[in-house]
Design a protein around this ligand. Structure first.
Ligand SMILES: [Zn+2]
Length: 456
C-alpha cells in the first residue's frame, strides 16, 4: 500500500470512529446532569468567632458553653495569628516555637467546649495598639481573602469578633485587625465580586489540576463585638451570665472559662483571686448590626428564623468627605475608624466612647493629628498644645504650618506621660487657629496605668 493509500485508510477509520461517537451522543436526546453536592455540612456554623490570638476566645467562654452545650449551636473559630509574640510563663519556647504551642493550647481549650472547626491564619502576632500597624504586618488583602473564605465555608448565622475601635485597656492592634476584617468579611462574603475565584464553580471537581474553589456566597445575619472587659457596655448588647448553671452539665458556665484557662498555660500564671473573678465575669456583647429584626440587647439568635437566608446586604460604603472634614482631627487609627464606621453602618461606635487610650506612667505616647484644609487656597495654621501637669511634648507647644488647598497635614506628636501618680483619666487637648476661621480643638483622654502597656 502506498503511503498515500495508507493515510487514506487511516483517515477513513478515524472518520468511522468519530461518526459512531457523534451518533451515540446524538442518540441520547436528553440526559440528566448529575446532582451537585451541597456545601459540606460538617463545616456549617451557627456562630463564627473571628479573633486575634489563641486565648481571645476566653472572653466569650460562658456564652460559648451555653451555646454549645445547652443550645446545641455549631461553633467555629478563626484566629488571625498563632500568638507567637507573647511571653511564655511556662517555658523557654518563643516565637515560632511558641506559636506551635499556642495553637495546640487554643485547640485544646476549644475542644473542651466541643469545638473542633478551628483555623489559624498564621499572620504575624504584632504587639501594639495601632490597628493599621497590624493590618500592614498581616497583609490586609491576603488576610481578608482568608477570612472571607472561612465565612463562605462555615456559612455562619452570627459573627462574633473583637471591638473595632481604639479604646483604653489591652487594645491590641491584632484584636482590632481581626474585628476590622470580620466587619469587611460580613459585608463582602455574599458579594460575587469579592474574591470571585472562591465562588467560581470548579471545572471538573472530581479531578486534580482543577481550579475554581467552588464555595457559595454567604451573607451572615448578625454581627456582635466583645468588649474586652475594661468598660461597662451593659445594655449595648446581650449579656450572658457566668453564674447561671448549665442544665446539661450541672455547673456554672463560668467554670468552663476556668477550665479553658488551664489549657492556656503559657499565657499567664493567674493569681487565685483572678481565677475567681474570671469564673463570675459575664460575657458582654456589643451590638454591631443585624439584617433581621432584632433589638440591640436581644439574644444573639433573636430574629433568626431557622433555615432562612439573606441574599446580600450592601453596606453604605465610603462616602468622600472632602469639603466637610473637621479642620483638626485625631489622625492614624482614629481617622481610619471615623470613615470605617460610617462605611460599614456601625455609626453607633462613633459615640460609644470619647477618643481615649491608656499609657503607662512615664511612658512615651504617640499622638497623630490631621490638619485638614478644605478651602480653595492654602492656609496657615497654628497648633497649640494644652496638656495637664506633668505631661511633656517633644515638639514645641506651639507649631505653625501651611497646608495646601484641599490637602491634609499629618502632625506626629511625641509625648511622655507623667511619672505618676497612676490611676484616673487625664485629658489632653490641642487647639488649631487660622486667620478668619473659628478655632477648633481635639481632646484625647488617657488613662494613666501603673504598669507599661502595649506599645503604640
Ligand atoms: Zn489577644
Amino acid at each position: 500500500m502506498s503511503r498515500l493509500a495508507r493515510s487514506r485508510t487511516a483517515a477513513a477509520g478515524i472518520a468511522l470512529v468519530l461518526t459512531a461517537a457523534i451518533s451515540s451522543a446524538v442518540s441520547a436526546a436528553t440526559a440528566a446532569l448529575p446532582a451537585l453536592p451541597q456545601p459540606d455540612d460538617r463545616y456549617k456554623a451557627d456562630v463564627l468567632l473571628i479573633l486575634g490570638h489563641p486565648d481571645d476566645d476566653t472572653e466569650a467562654t460562658p456564652y460559648l458553653a451555653k451555646a454549645a452545650f445547652d443550645e446545641h449551636r455549631r461553633i467555629a473559630v478563626v484566629y488571625g495569628t498563632r500568638g507567637n509574640s507573647g511571653d511564655n510563663h511556662l517555658g523557654m519556647e518563643q516565637a515560632k516555637a511558641l506559636g506551635d504551642i499556642r495553637e495546640i493550647e487554643g485547640r485544646q481549650a476549644l475542644a473542651s467546649l466541643g469545638i473542633s472547626n478551628v483555623w489559624f491564619l498564621h499572620n504575624p502576632d504584632t504587639p501594639g495598639q495601632d490597628v493599621l500597624h497590624s493590618l500592614e504586618a498581616w497583609g490586609h488583602g491576603a488576610a481578608l481573602e482568608n477570612i472571607v473564605r472561612i465565612v463562605r465555608l462555615t456559612r455562619p448565622e452570627v459573627i462574633l469578633t473583637m471591638l473595632p475601635a481604639y479604646v483604653s485597656g489591652e487594645n491590641h492592634g491584632d484584636h482590632q485587625a481581626a474585628a476590622v476584617l470580620a466587619v469587611e468579611a460580613f459585608d463582602q462574603a455574599a458579594n460575587p465580586l469579592s474574591f470571585p475565584e472562591q465562588v467560581n464553580a470548579p471545572r471538573k471537581r472530581d479531578s486534580i489540576n482543577n481550579y475554581g474553589e467552588g464555595l457559595k456566597l454567604w451573607q451572615p445575619k448578625k454581627l456582635y463585638f466583645m468588649d474586652g472587659g475594661y468598660h461597662d457596655f451593659k445594655g449595648r448588647g446581650p449579656t450572658y451570665s457566668a453564674t447561671e448553671i448549665s442544665p446539661s452539665k450541672g455547673v456554672a458556665y463560668g467554670q468552663f472559662r476556668k477550665q479553658a484557662w488551664d489549657f492556656y498555660a503559657t499565657q499567664y500564671s493567674l493569681p487565685e483571686e483572678w481565677v475567681q473573678k474570671l469564673a463570675v465575669w459575664p460575657t458582654q456583647f456589643i451590638f454591631g448590626k443585624s439584617l433581621v429584626p432584632s433589638d440591640a440587647a436581644a439574644g444573639v439568635f433573636a430574629g433568626i428564623e431557622p433555615g432562612s437566608t439573606v441574599i446580600y446586604s450592601k453596606p453604605t460604603g465610603y462616602v468622600p468627605d472632602a469639603g466637610n472634614r473637621p479642620p483638626l482631627e485625631l489622625g492614624g487609627p482614629w481617622a481610619f475608624y471615623r470613615r470605617f464606621w460610617q462605611a460599614h453602618d456601625l455609626q453607633q461606635l462613633a459615640s460609644i466612647l470619647p477618643p481615649e487610650g491608656s499609657v503607662g506612667v512615664g511612658d512615651p505616647l504617640w499622638v497623630p493629628l490631621l490638619i485638614n484644609n478644605d478651602a480653595n487656597t492654602s492656609k496657615q495654621f497654628t497648633l497649640r498644645a494644652g496638656l495637664p501637669q506633668g505631661w511633656t511634648q517633644q515638639e514645641a507647644q506651639e507649631l505653625t504650618v501651611t497646608v495646601a488647598a484641599h490637602d491634609s497635614y499629618p502632625v506626629q506628636l511625641n509625648l511622655e506621660a507623667p511619672k505618676g501618680p497612676s490611676g484616673g483619666w487625664q485629658t489632653l487637648k490641642w487647639t488649631l487657629e487660622s486667620k478668619g476661621s473659628p478655632s477648633a480643638d481635639v481632646q484625647l483622654r488617657m488613662y494613666l496605668d501603673e504598669r507599661s502597656i502595649l506599645p503604640q
